[in-house]
Every structure is written in C-alpha cells, then in structure tokens.
Ligand binder design. Structure first.
Ligand SMILES: [Zn+2]
Length: 280
C-alpha cells in the first residue's frame, strides 16, 4: 500500500479508496490539522462503523476514516473538513480537538468481557486475539487488574502507520494522541492493546532526517548498561551485541541511552561507554 492524499481524498497506489461519506462534518478546518486522534470503534467491521457514520439516524458522530482488521481503509470525511470524533476534549492549550485534528477509527472491540469460556465482545462473540492489560486511566469497569482487550492485528497497525505518514506529507501533523489522552475520564480508546509508543516511533521515524537518532551496541561479549557514567556505577543489565539504543545524553565518553527491545520499544534507560556504540 502506498497512500497519497489529494484534495482531501485518500488513494492507495493511485487506486481509489472506498468512500462511505458521512454528512456529520463541521466544514473546512479553520487552520490545517496538526494532531491525529486514534480511536477504536468498539464494534465489528469497518464498514459497519462507516455505515453508522453515514446513517441518517446518526446526526452527531463521524471520523475521517475507519480501518478494518485486515488493514482496509474506508474514508468517511474529506481530510480538509472537520469530523466529529473527539467530543468534549482537551490537549495542551487546545479545547475541543475536532477543529484541530484528524480522527482515525480502528475496528476493534476494546475492553472484552471475561467468562468461563475466555473473552468475548459486547455482542457475546468469543475473541481469541487478546492482550491482557490494565488501562492506565483504570479499566472501563473501574477495575485496576489486567483484563482482556482485543489485539490490533499487524496489518491494521501497519495500515494506520502508512496512513498517518501520508497525512504528514500533506498536513502539519505534529502529534499523535489517543482519545483516552484527550478525554481521559470518558474514553478508553484506543486503549492498552494499541502500542502508541511504537506507533509514534514508526510514524515519526518514517523519514531518515526526521526520525530518532539511533545507535547499535557493537561488543561481541555484550556491554554493561550502568546506572551512571563510569565503571564505578552499578550494572543495570548486560546488553547483547547488536542491541539498539536511543542516545539521550552524554557525559565525557559515556552515553546515556534508552534501550530498545526486540520490537523496537523503549525499555530501560542507563549509561554505556560510547566507544561500543555505533551511531547512525
Ligand atoms: Zn474515540
């Protein structure tokens, strides 16, 4: 998939993307959108959610796109127009995110219901692709112990990455947030099953000159990650040869780094001797 946006309309490798248009829009953006808001639909297929946005029974909600579990995208609102996805919301100095953001709905059931036969969705169907997690704002039922959340398939995640990269080529998108960031009391989407750290890294790291400055540990026997700059500081972890790190500070010949795990996700932070770090 190679997404492009022209006159607010999405194409995939120059082919049209399915449009199910919603009339629930607020007209042209007053200023170009600079935030992307990620949601889950709490529902079944992308088409079912898009049809709801287009339904004449629905006069108060929409989103720019809905992304299906297999990565197929349906566009519902022109990217140049305000969609109604955020509701009452606040982020930094912005109140009411609709007028400043692109809304992406991802087909996903969100928090699941537990039972003797595993986890099921609101329709009572069993869901096997589950991530066990606690929502950082507390689970929707108020609990603070791990519950099942529907996982986001990789194809869906990657389609979302590709879409937001295409948006960044056209709009001054500076931040990606979840609905649960901008309306934390009311909303739990996209929730803990959506790896926002990895998502931001994949999107913002998409251009070489715009991505993080990374380094690779080059030491056949491994390299000690220490709690401070110098061999007198405690060893936090032995980093294997080839481990990727993000340099975040320096002190003499020592580098402060954030260690990336196999999935490219930030894990521990500590200090390593810079001689063994191959910076790109
Ligand atoms: Zn939402």
């Amino acid at each position: 998939m190679v997404y492009a946006i022209k006159n607010g309309i999405l194409t995939d490798s120059n082919n049209p993307v399915r449009q199910i248009r919603s009339k629930n829009t607020g007209g042209a953006f007053p200023t170009p959108p600079k935030i992307v808001v990620i949601h889950f639909t709490a529902g079944g297929s992308a088409a079912s959610s898009a049809n709801w946005f287009a339904s004449k029974d629905n006069t108060n909600s929409s989103a720019h796109v809905v992304i299906d579990r297999d990565g197929t995208i349906i566009q519902c609102v022109n990217f140049g127009e305000v969609a109604w996805h955020a509701g009452k919301s606040t982020w930094r100095d912005i109140v009411g995110l609709n007028r400043h953001s692109i809304g992406i709905e991802i087909a996903n059931w969100g928090a699941l219901r537990g039972g003797a036969n595993g986890w099921s969705n609101a329709a009572g169907q069993r869901i096997d692709n589950v991530v066990m997690a606690v929502h950082r704002n507390g689970n929707p039922d108020g609990s603070r112990t791990p519950i099942g959340w529907e996982a986001y398939p990789e194809a869906q995640f990657e389609a979302t990455v590709a879409l937001v990269r295409a948006l960044r080529a056209v709009y001054p998108i500076a931040e990606i947030v979840g609905h649960d960031d901008i309306a934390p009391v009311r909303k739990s989407d996209p929730g803990p099953a959506f790896d926002m750290v990895r998502f931001r890294q994949r999107v913002l790291g998409g251009r070489d000159d715009d991505g993080p400055n990374t380094g690779v540990i080059r030491s056949p026997g491994g390299l000690n990650l220490r709690s401070g700059p110098g061999t007198n500081n405690a060893v936090v972890q032995l980093l294997a040869d080839g481990t990727k790190v993000l340099p975040i500070g320096a002190n003499g010949s020592w580098l402060e780094v954030t260690v990336l795990d196999a999935a490219g996700k930030p894990s521990k932070t500590g200090w390593v001797h810079g001689h063994y770090v191959d910076l790109d």
